[in-house]
Design a protein around this ligand. Structure first.
Ligand SMILES: [Zn+2]
Length: 191
């Protein structure tokens, strides 16, 4: 089916991802934001797995039909979201609000093992903190007590709600206008 689709003239759909909502109309995931390529979105429409909530003006067509590219789709069946976010670079920075946990700056960020790896420290939520390169270098292989560098917040494993709370402070750089209602809908209710 998809292979029959030809792009309309002058309409390049690569930049047209679809925001994917769960059956409760919340994004399927926030970090990373649940986005599908237009191909996956249309495929899901044909497989009857999603409803189209809204569409771009751009369309793809075959000899027999035309379909506008979905900008927002909604799953027909509710998927229980995971409570625990993935241990990723972005999520760790987000937990620490994109600031060095030793000096507070928000530039030149990297990671620091609270208990140094050389002393058996693990790369886990509970032992890694956001740090600027300068502090990272200064602390080096020392214990934080030796270096007299106590993190402003003790590292912990956040749940998705905690990350979501911080995420409101750092909206993604690019958001399609039509997505805003769904991204901030539940946030505003909590406020
Ligand atoms: Zn620092």
């Amino acid at each position: 089916m998809l292979s029959e689709l030809n792009l309309s003239v002058n309409q390049h759909p690569d930049s047209c991802p679809a925001l994917v909502l769960n059956a409760d109309f919340r994004p399927l995931s926030y970090y990373p934001l649940s986005l599908w390529s237009w191909q996956d979105a249309i495929k899901a429409v044909f497989l009857d797995r999603v409803n189209i909530v809204s569409s771009y003006d751009k369309a793809v067509h075959s000899p027999s039909f035309e379909i506008k590219l979905p900008s927002i789709v909604c799953l027909k069946n509710y998927v229980k979201p995971p409570l625990w976010p993935a241990f990723t670079r972005f999520n760790l920075f987000l937990r620490d609000r994109f600031s060095c946990q030793y000096c507070g700056v928000s530039s030149d960020l990297t990671f620091d093992h609270l208990l140094p790896r050389s002393k058996g420290g693990q790369t886990t939520w509970e032992n890694v903190v956001t740090a600027c390169s300068k502090c990272n270098l200064r602390k080096s292989n020392h214990l934080y007590q030796e270096a007299n560098m106590k993190p402003s917040q003790w590292p912990y494993k956040p749940n998705v709600h905690e990350l979501h709370k911080n995420g409101r402070l750092f909206p993604p750089n690019f958001l399609h206008d039509g997505w805003m209602d769904y991204l901030y809908w539940d946030s505003e209710l909590e406020a």
